[in-house]
Design a protein around this ligand. Sequence first.
Ligand code: PLP
Length: 425
Amino acid sequence: MSEQLQTDPNTGRLAFEGADLHSLAEQFGTPLYVYSAEAVRQAYLGYAQACEGLAEVTIHYAIKANSNIHLLKLLASLGAGFDLVSAGELARVLAAGGNPAKAVFAGVGKSVADIEYALKAGVGCFNVESAAEMVRLGEVAQRLQIKANVSVRVNPDVDAKTHPYISTGLKENKFGVSMAVAPSVYAHAQAHPWLNVHGIDCHIGSQLTDPSPYFDALDRVLGLVDQLSAQGIQIDHLDLGGGIGIRYRDENPPKPADVLPQLIARVRQWAQAKGRPMPTLAFEPGRSIVGNAGVLLTRVEFLKNNEDKHFAIVDAAMNDLMRPAMYESFHAIVPVAPNPTATAQDYDIVGPVCESGDWLGRNRTLSIAQGDVLAILSAGAYGLTMASNYNSRGRAAEVLIEQGKARLVRRRETIEDLLAPELGL
Ligand code: PLP
């Protein structure tokens, strides 16, 4: 977790950026996502400072990790651009006052409506993921008479050594265009009057703890840029994606400062060797900006024993935090205040949803009682953005802490919210 999460040495209570988490649970109810603005700021600056003075670099925050508009506002104020994958995410950038020209639009299935919306909003670049998409983009751009900047997202076929569901740079993954096909996709763009070849993009996966796949991917991307150059297609912008991991348990992911300067140095070496100008660069981090800047607070509804098995049934569930059910991923779970009268026991922490896959943590030794509040750590990324209304449960509220002061930035969904879209009742 971020250093903003601290245990008071006298009371043993957890505070996040100085705000007492138990009090926040009392004030705003649970389940509750709580974010530290300072933790987000420090994580973003870790990227910005790692590149400072080395090259012209934009950090495009990957909105899918956490799309709360207040966080987007904060990141825009720090100078971030955005990586988005839907018209809805673009609407969030606009609502946050972000600059659409500093946004890139990725995703394998952009609809005509998505493309029209993004072109009219002035999105900086489309990261195109197939030949068919390039054709569609050209048609829409021509019809609207708005020129589209394009990068091709290439699939370098490198193993990111991460969970198979978040590995994206292997040829069996649906993402990007293969190295073999990319030249013809570029050729179409180059010949099209309403498409402007801007750069090349690649993102190989998420929660990377080993930096070596980045270098393998970069080498392949540079090889393709050379090949395109020989074909008369000049690429002066490289977008190297996101993916740096965070510590959920005992992982040792690299810091941006351990990876970005070396990647930039490798690009500079290549540019010098080829007598080319240094390309501009972009990165698209999501998880490593917000993951450890958020916790999910949940209250114990019941403790239940099925013979030797002990369950803590809490009020958060897989619909609030999908990652354990989806990837069997680990989140540390701790009480926000010690309970001196409870005895330690091994619990599976489970939610109220009617699925055996609805668990948040397994075999955790905790001293807890009914009514206690637990903090699920490292929940700032792919938490609320992956939440659903499964079992007709309203989505959790979100609180942002700024200089120790807590502010409700998204209210809890109500029963009325759940029923509102259904017609003819
Ligand atoms: N860029 C693209 C194209 C992605 O698909 C993703 C995540 O899936 C990201 C960036 C962000 O990855 P991460 O949150 O691991 O940094």
